[in-house]
Ligand binder design. Structure first.
Ligand code: PLP
Length: 667
């Protein structure tokens, strides 16, 4: 099929029958269909679900009761003049994550009769926001939960927020590269009652710690970070192994032991730490690492170190796609499996060596901080590949039969369009592409008018639309048609900056669950990708979670310009805000902290996003200078009569108002 119509093979297209079968009557869309489509149960339980009216519901305390309608919450925050995009933090989710992690370790310790305790720490680098770290410290108090600092600035936070009087047993793990000031600050903090463990990442740090300790007359509590040979997988897989940036290889560990022995300070070494990378999706890698670390731990004890702690680092993964597999955006274990495996492996290794079991420490960041934050943003409009006058793709009129006098290429395209069936759609696709390319070259050589070229493109896209509808009913889609869905997708213009709010989606293709937070009782008939506000072609999201791997388009609703359409990007509480950048000078978003109360909920904190003046300040501009510059120019224009007084006032007022406003768009 699809060969060109010859000049003498003209038919009267107006009498041609439609041979394209319309899809059979479909069942009405239900909320359950949305649950399945967006996989909310898989990644969101027990915190996120959908109610009967089709809105996302948040249960911040998990299965311990209390919930709120996310769409209504957003509407009420908007009424409080808190604009979108907006990051909502649910403090109760943070509490719940901390208590779940501790409860899982407590259960594992009881189950395996582990003869020691668990003392978790929160790695500040994961999300340093003040209110969040304060909440972690407060919620972690009953569990003696401590903090981990990976740098000098993070150490200043930890020292100020941990209260050693109130929480004597909480650990302060000092990781990262250390200079004299860092070590001195940590050691002096022991006088305040803190228990800082200086984790040696480089040999030079050991000498410095011993020297400063001697000067201050404080015996440091030391740890070593081991470079295990066990590797994690995925993006952070190189956090360990011979070429890893951090930690000590076995020969260096032996050197540390010898130096400590020579200076009679072996008793200072009390902790062994390792970190095989973040988001470890396979439990097998975690078990293997623990086995290796437990052996090193046993050797340190044998050498005479006064070992007390085994710190398994971070790596506890988050199931971003809800598939419960070892795919990089998922994990094939749950919190309890994680705790059980650590406890059981360490117990077995210690029993074999007949040594005391250590206090178990973990530095879980992602697993604690991800769930509590949801980024809400609105859609400003859509671009449709062949939408005309704002009509959506499903409403586009079928191209009218081509009058006989139309150019041959248009009639070929019409013929292709008209004859597409489930039996020939693949061939028709190739024809449609070929005819479109021919139409473009005819236009380039001056044989087609602009109007004719427009019609050729419209017919081409109509063919694609029809072919796409057929592919969606097929179990198997031929390879050459796989990109059709993506090519036909609309761009949904999102009021956010990917670089500011989800930098990992851009930098390392991290997947976050994204879905509408309302209209979920309505079928999402469109397929789209998200384009952000920046003038950067990388400022887009075109990879979405799917049961099998990654999908290139997201099912969305058609957008009515008169109504708001809100999407949520979920599980964004770890590593996003602090790594965000001011591309195109889009600044920090507004943030609210929500806390459940017996009467409903309360807006605990509001942290206003950057104003234009603030982001300009980051680039060393002073608002007063800018205003003065514009004022002078308007004066000159007034003198020259290029502007009226009223216009000049209007311009200046607008300028000054903009400087004080949010960097994102308002509807
Ligand atoms: N500990 C160390 C030393 C880290 O480098 C990291 C992050 O990469 C973490 C803990 C936190 O890891 P995660 O967020 O995977 O729990």
């Amino acid at each position: 099929m699809g060969t060109k119509i010859e000049e003498n093979d003209r038919r009267d297209e107006t009498v041609l029958e439609q041979n394209f079968a319309l899809p059979p009557d479909k069942k009405p869309w239900r909320v359950e269909d949305s649950e399945k489509l967006y996989r909310i149960e898989g990644w969101g339980a027990p915190y996120f679900s959908i109610d009967a009216a089709g809105c996302v519901v948040v249960s911040p305390k998990g299965d311990r009761g209390g919930s709120l309608n996310l769409y209504e919450l957003v509407e009420s925050l908007l009424q409080r003049q808190i604009k979108l995009p907006l990051l909502i933090r649910f403090s109760d989710i943070l509490d719940d994550r901390i208590s779940r992690l501790n409860a899982c370790f407590a259960r594992a310790i009881a189950r395996y009769r582990y003869p020691n305790q668990y003392r978790g720490v929160y790695p500040i680098k994961c999300n340093q926001s003040r209110h969040l770290v304060e909440t972690v410290v407060r919620s972690g108090k009953p569990y003696h939960f401590g903090l981990e600092a990976g740098s000098k600035p993070e150490l200043t936070i930890a020292l100020a927020l941990l209260d050693p009087e109130q929480n004597k047993e909480a650990l302060l793990i000092c990781n990262g590269y250390k200079d004299r000031e860092y070590i001195e600050m940590a050691l002096l903090a022991t006088k305040l009652g803190h228990r800082p463990v200086l984790v040696i990442e480089q040999l030079s740090e050991l000498d410095l710690a011993l020297e400063i300790g001697q000067t201050l007359d404080i015996d440091p509590i030391l740890g070593i970070r081991a470079k295990l040979s066990t590797k994690g997988s995925g993006h952070w897989g190189n956090s360990t192994g011979d070429r890893a940036k951090f930690g000590l290889g076995v020969p260096e560990i032996v050197e540390v032991l010898q130096r400590l022995e020579n200076s009679n300070k072996l008793q200072c070494l009390q902790l062994l730490h390792f970190h095989i990378g973040s988001q470890i999706s396979a439990i097998a890698a975690i078990k293997e690492a623990i086995r290796e670390a437990a052996q090193i731990y046993g050797e340190l004890v044998k050498w005479g170190a006064k070992m007390q702690y085994l710190d398994v680092g971070g790596g506890l993964a988050v199931d971003y796609d809800g598939s419960k597999t070892n795919f990089y955006a998922s994990k094939n274990y749950n919190l309890q499996n994680y705790a059980n495996d650590i406890v059981a492996e360490v117990k077995e290794a210690c029993e074999e060596r007949e040594i005391d079991a250590p206090i178990l420490v973990s530095e879980s960041g992602r697993a604690i901080a991800s769930h509590q934050a949801v980024l809400i943003f609105d859609i400003l409009g859509t671009s449709d590949t062949f939408a005309i006058e704002g009509r959506h793709r499903e409403n586009i009129e079928v191209p009218q039969p081509t009058p006989k006098k139309e150019h041959l290429i248009l009639r070929n395209l019409w013929e292709t369009y008209e004859s597409i069936t489930p039996d020939n759609y693949q061939e028709a696709y190739h024809d449609a592409i070929q005819f479109k390319e021919e139409a473009i070259s005819l236009f380039s050589f001056g044989y087609l008018s602009l109007k004719e070229r427009a019609r050729a493109e419209q017919l081409h896209w109509a063919c694609c639309r029809r072919i796409l509808d057929i592919t969606r009913t097929q179990e198997y889609v031929p390879d050459d048609l796989e990109d059709l869905e993506k090519n036909m997708a609309s761009i949904y213009y999102a009021n956010l900056s990917v670089f500011q709010s989800s930098p990992d989606a851009w930098a390392i293709d991290q997947l976050f669950p994204i879905m509408p937070i309302h209209r979920l009782n309505e079928e999402p008939t469109q397929r789209g990708i998200l384009g952000d506000l920046t003038c950067d072609s990388d400022g887009k999201i075109d990879k979405f979670i799917d049961l099998r791997g990654v999908k290139s388009v997201l099912e969305l609703h058609s957008v009515n310009p008169q109504e708001s359409y809100y999407l949520g990007m979920f599980l964004v509480g770890a590593y996003q805000e602090n790594m965000g950048s001011w591309h195109n000078l889009f600044g920090d978003t507004n943030v609210v902290h929500i806390r459940m109360t017996p009467k409903g909920y309360q807006v605990e904190y509001v942290v206003k996003g950057d104003t234009i003046t603030e982001v300009l300040g980051y680039a060393q501009y002073k608002a007063e200078d800018l205003v003065e510059g514009i004022r002078r120019r308007t004066e000159e224009a007034l003198q020259d009569g290029r502007l009226t007084l009223e216009e000049s006032q209007r311009l200046l007022q607008n300028y000054e108002r903009s400087l004080n406003s949010y960097t994102y768009l308002s509807r």
